[in-house]
Design a protein around this ligand. Structure first.
Ligand SMILES: NC(=O)c1ccc[n+]([C@@H]2O[C@H](COP(=O)([O-])OP(=O)(O)OC[C@H]3O[C@@H](n4cnc5c(N)ncnc54)[C@H](OP(=O)(O)O)[C@@H]3O)[C@@H](O)[C@H]2O)c1
Length: 285
């Protein structure tokens, strides 16, 4: 059980998973949407396949010959990602297509990166599609592992750019807590799960922070002279119905951010890396 295919390897989580798998000696192939992107990962593996879940023909037979498929493939939650297809198309229909192929090709194990407490927010498209695909995977009969982080550190990289410009903003009081996990720590959990059967693993980091503390850490490291802005959550809520009419993807992302800002989102404390160290390294400080 050594031949491993990773979807989403050009993304933050998938890249960390690919690195971990290569370091542990798996016979690793990654999937990328273009040859250039695949080649950018040649330091990890030279074996790649080109596919895009928006092109169903590119998925046909892609999992043939592999023992394990890992999918960290999904639409980015970053507000700076502006592609047209929504979470349903990419995260649900796209992953369902990969799973169908894996079942047809006799793949032995499917590992999926979902989202912590996805079942808790059926009203939000982002969580709904992660949960729906997880349920589909659990019903499919294939041996599965579903890994559920609350947030990974890379999700906060946009904050470095905003902090440099003095545009970092705390929404509402920012007093609710969370424990994001370093994607490298999450990758270890993902690869460890190859040895486990039919599991759902929730995985957060060691440290618990309020949302405002996360902003303060980034601002202090990146540009301490600039100030964090504050915006009432009610103001964003008031414009959401209008956003929904004109831009469904932005609505889905904004509703997701608002919801998680207003609750404590705390997963089992598994990851070891500290957020402060990660941001310092990424900000070149
Ligand atoms: N980031 C978080 O805090 C967090 C928290 C909980 C759960 N998750 C989930 O974990 C998964 C990975 O997250 P991430 O932060 O690593 O996301 P990411 O950095 O945005 O990576 C997404 C990956 O999916 C690929 N992809 C997107 N559309 C595709 C398509 N049409 N066909 C083939 N590949 C496509 C991307 O390829 P390109 O490089 O070509 O765009 C990229 O490799 C997602 O399902 C996400 O919802 C993330």
């Amino acid at each position: 059980m050594n031949r491993l295919l990773v979807f989403g390897a050009t993304g933050h989580v998938g890249n960390a998973i690919a690195e971990e798998a290569a370091a542990r000696g798996y016979d690793l192939t990654i999937v990328a949407r273009s040859r250039d992107k695949a080649i950018s990962l040649s330091g990890i593996t030279s074996q790649y396949k080109i596919a895009d879940v928006l092109i169903p023909a590119s998925i046909q037979g892609i999992t043939s010959g592999f023992d394990i498929v890992i999918s960290a493939m999904g639409k980015s939650v970053s507000p700076f990602e502006r592609s047209k297809p929504g979470f349903r198309t990419i995260d649900l229909e796209g992953n369902a297509m990969i799973l169908e192929d894996a079942l047809r090709q006799g793949v032995k194990k499917f590992i999926y990166i979902s989202a912590f407490q996805a079942e808790h927010y059926p009203q939000l498209e982002y969580f709904r599609v992660h949960q729906k695909f997880s349920e589909q995977l659990m019903r499919s009969g294939i041996d599965y592992a579903i890994i559920r982080p609350p947030a990974v550190f890379s999700a906060f990289l946009d904050m470095i750019t905003l902090a440099r410009k003095g545009m970092l903003t705390t929404i509402g009081p920012g007093t609710h807590t969370t424990n994001p996990i370093y994607e490298g720590d999450l990758a270890r959990v993902g690869i460890d799960s190859i040895g486990l059967s039919n599991v759902v693993i929730d995985a957060g980091g060691q440290q618990i922070y309020t949302r405002h503390e996360l902003n303060e850490i980034v601002q202090k490291i990146v540009e301490p002279k600039k100030r964090i802005k504050h915006i009432p959550a009610g103001l964003i809520k008031s414009i959401l119905p209008l956003v929904r009419v004109f831009d469904r993807n932005s609505f889905d992302k904004m509703s997701f951010f608002l919801e998680v800002m207003e609750e404590d989102v705390l997963a089992p404390r598994i990851g070891m890396m500290k957020f402060e160290d990660y941001i310092s390294a990424r900000a070149g400080k």
